[in-house]
Design a protein around this ligand. Sequence first.
Ligand SMILES: Nc1ncnc2c1ncn2[C@@H]1O[C@H](COP(=O)(O)OP(=O)(O)O)[C@@H](O)[C@H]1O
Ligand SMILES: [Mg+2]
Length: 226
Amino acid sequence: MNEPTVILEQVSKTFRSGSDDLRVLRDVSLTAYGGDSIAVVGASGCGKSTLLNLIGGLDRADSGNISACGFDVSKLDENELTAYRSGGVGFVFQFHYLLKDFTALENVMLPMLMTGSGHRKAADEAMILLDKINVADRADHFPAQLSGGERQRVALARALINDPQLILADEPTGNLDEDHKALITDLLFSLTFESGKTLLLVTHAMDLASRADRILRLSEGQLLPV
Ligand SMILES: Nc1ncnc2c1ncn2[C@@H]1O[C@H](COP(=O)(O)OP(=O)(O)O)[C@@H](O)[C@H]1O
Ligand SMILES: [Mg+2]
């Protein structure tokens, strides 16, 4: 058996606001391998984004262990976190976070440039991806000049440009029209069975979730099979 891409062991997270404690994750455990696709569903506010943020190294768990792509995510220092975020993991956020002063093409190129690739190679790779997701004709546009769905697709290209082993996708089809929903869904799932990547997506859309090998429901801080 190959090594798992992601291991969560008894991960807990509580948000404190004033005197109230909100226990979002309670001893959550999960193991995923290359080629696996896992969908996490659950009501709005149940903690889906929190779960992805912890795995993506954007937030810290209160207790438990998270390892992903060979990194001990719960214990990384800033330099290791940067290496993990720019190499191992590709994060498709619920909201796009494209840099407004850079074109679509430049936004997609950035993660490659930051890991030392040359300008020409990064531009070529970025164009290939933009073409795959049907936004190549918007390459020179700035985020403000793109529709919500175009921005979401550009953000997906940015997440994939460094060929991550693990893809974390937070409502990746949320802003897309039906045709592009199908295109993006096909692309995400094809990456798991053609390239052996691990896809962990969170969504409240059951049609998207039903494409995954495994569907888990997050409810009252616990992750249970559907
Ligand atoms: N940084 C934070 N501080 C306090 N509460 C938070 C924070 N982030 C999220 N929450 C709360 O934690 C719960 C889970 O949020 P989230 O993970 O975004 O849910 P989902 O993605 O499933 O809609 C929500 O009630 C939310 O308001
Ligand atoms: Mg969310």
